[in-house]
Design a protein around this ligand. Structure first.
Ligand SMILES: Nc1ncnc2c1ncn2[C@@H]1O[C@H](COP(=O)(O)OP(=O)(O)O)[C@@H](O)[C@H]1O
Ligand SMILES: [Mg+2]
Length: 407
């Protein structure tokens, strides 16, 4: 088959309906108008004003300066297979024609008129801009942009990663492949729990990525297991920077319509709009718990349910642990029974000598301390990525070891 034919199906294959497979159910809770949002992080319209890259020159819409000099996708890459589809991009596995190297191509979707009103989807501009200014082994690498035959065929060429962490967690792994569920949590069907050493390794990598991103004054705003990629070697890398944005200290006003519901922090759920990297650290805490039980730890069906799940796990805010809580926009909107007890210790098993039990990974005492510092209701008390990397969890106890996802 001629090479060109591999790409001639761009039209049908590239422009699917745009609904992400496996995204979480929609939020229907009767919330104040500004607080309601779909559970999967929406790209906020006001984001258009905040991109670090110049918008295309009026009248030159088909010639975005970013794209000058881009190679043709047909000449440069052979498309091999469809990998995944998110809300804003379709991802393909492809081979570099000149080097034979396997890469991932993220085809930018142009099917949302809201996002393309400036001539180019704003979330894609933001993602490219952010990724080009980051460089870390735990952040996915972008090699170049390539273009197809029309202005709406634009691809981001990335290093190829085997799968995302959400998919990796559902895979059966070596060691007998037992399938168990427990009263405290459930391991994904067909998979064994991670060893303490593996959880520690993944947390270290995620925190290293987070620290790099936050050091460069970006907040990711959609940290979750499907936005973390797994390399064949066990290395993991953060991806999907379409919602990332520069933050300032003191924090400035930004939309609270960010972060996929299950990973969304309590302050965002209560309408906080002056936020920064703390919101990512909450998501990292949710991921830490998820790595231990191989299942998302708080699966709310809507914003109200999400808030209830957070309070059930960690107790309700008080004047002592979160003095600023009562001034949040939606603090007076909900009524709940005060609950000062945290269920965290009951839900996550703590033991220094075992690594896994009945479908769940054990944590040592230091690991539990880090988990509770990440899942801290008050954003001011939440640990930063840099401090988390210096936590005793990474100095003492079992040594880190890359997980073997592929045997
Ligand atoms: N470099 C890559 N290598 C392999 N798979 C990838 C790569 N980048 C993304 N993917 C897969 O495609 C999915 C969607 O990509 P993502 O960048 O998150 O797009 P979206 O903004 O649409 O969510 C990811 O969840 C992941 O499964
Ligand atoms: Mg994504």
């Amino acid at each position: 088959m001629p090479k060109r034919d591999r790409w001639s199906s761009d039209e049908e294959e590239g422009d699917n309906d745009g609904l992400a497979q496996g995204r979480q159910p929609s939020s229907d809770d009767p919330l104040p108008p500004d607080a309601s949002s779909p559970p999967s992080s929406p790209r906020p319209p006001e984001a258009a004003a905040a991109v670090a890259i110049e918008p295309p020159t009026p009248g030159l819409r088909l010639h975005n300066p970013l794209l000058h000099g881009c190679r043709s996708v047909y000449d440069s890459y052979e498309r091999l297979s469809h990998l995944d589809e998110g809300t804003y991009g379709v991802v393909w596995k492809a081979r570099d024609n000149s080097t034979g190297e396997i890469v991932a191509l993220k085809q930018i979707k142009f099917d949302d008129p809201e996002l393309t009103r400036e001539g180019f989807p704003i979330s894609a501009l933001r993602e490219i801009g952010v990724l080009l200014s980051l460089s870390h082994e735990c952040v996915v690498t972008v090699r170049e942009m390539v273009v197809g035959k029309s202005h709406d065929k634009v691809y981001m060429v990335m290093e190829f990663m085997e799968m995302d962490l959400q998919a990796a967690m559902t895979r059966g792994r070596g060691g007998g492949g037992m399938t168990t569920t427990t009263t405290t949590g459930s391991a994904a069907a067909g998979s064994t729990p991670f060893a303490q050493s593996e959880v520690k390794f993944m947390m270290h990598q995620i925190l290293s990525a987070m620290s790099h991103v936050h050091d460069r004054w970006f907040v990711h705003r959609d940290v979750k297991t499907s936005n973390i990629l797994v390399h064949r070697t066990g290395r993991i890398a953060l991806c999907d920077f379409g919602l990332a944005r520069k933050y300032e200290v003191p924090h400035r006003n930004m939309t609270q319509m960010v972060v996929t519901l299950w990973y969304r922090s309590p302050e965002l759920l209560f309408g906080e709009s002056m936020y920064g990297p703390e919101i990512d650290m909450w998501s990292v805490g949710c991921i830490f718990g998820e790595l231990l039980i191989k299942d998302a730890i708080m699966k709310g069906t809507g914003e109200l349910d999400q808030i209830q799940k957070i309070f059930q796990l960690l107790g309700t805010p008080t004047e002592t642990n979160w003095p600023e809580f009562s001034s949040l926009p939606n603090a007076g909107t909900f009524k709940w029974k005060g609950r000062d007890r945290s269920e965290l210790r009951r839900r996550f098993l703590v033991n220094s000598s075992f690594s896994v039990t009945g479908g769940q990974s054990y944590l040592d005492g230091a690991g539990f301390d880090l988990l509770s510092r990440l899942l801290t209701l008050n954003p001011r008390g939440r640990i930063s990525a840099e401090d988390a990397l210096g936590h005793k969890y990474f100095k003492d106890g079992v040594k880190m070891q890359a997980p073997d996802f592929f045997t």
